[in-house]
Design a protein. Structure first.
Length: 159
């Protein structure tokens, strides 16, 4: 829960920078945080998701065995792009606070434009990767962050 809580903090930081609320942490098999980040898509590069950045960092800085033993904690279940990157570099378990299904429901409730890529469960993209989530207490906090982000962008004309 400590690492998922940090992911929610990072998602909050993302909003402050004008980015959608997603935050992620890479933890090695010994429990050490190796990388953390949040969405950085506000500059126009829609691939700047923290899970994608984690996969790229891990490929450059960890051995295949270290990657397989690591866990990625994230505020929201990986999108298909990030799930594929996770699978391609051979990262281990994924633990998420909120699911893709929840995100789709929330976006519908907020009358938000859906993402350009389908919101699929991780295991539809990367069969067999161990996953755990969602966690209801944190999912509520993530939902609130999405509402805050959408509200800010509606008032700025960018929603």
């Amino acid at each position: 829960m400590k690492h998922l809580g940090r992911c929610v903090e990072l998602a909050t930081m993302a909003i402050k920078g004008g980015n959608p609320p997603f935050g992620s942490v890479l933890v090695d098999e010994h429990g050490a945080v190796r990388y953390e980040g949040h969405n950085e898509t506000a500059g126009g590069d829609a691939t700047r998701h923290p899970e994608f950045e984690i996969a790229r960092w891990a490929a450059a800085n960890m051995t295949p065995d270290e990657r397989a033993a690591a866990t990625v904690y994230t505020s929201g279940e990986h999108c298909p792009m990030c799930a594929a990157a996770h699978g391609w570099v051979g990262l281990g378990r994924i633990v998420y606070a909120s699911s893709s299904e929840q995100l789709s429901t929330w976006l519908d409730e907020m009358h938000a434009t859906p993402p350009p890529v389908a919101t699929l469960p991780i295991n539809e993209v990367v069969p067999g990767v161990p996953t755990e989530g969602p966690f209801p207490a944190l999912a509520d906090a993530v939902r609130d962050l999405h509402r805050q982000f959408r509200s800010q962008h509606r008032s700025s004309g960018r929603a």
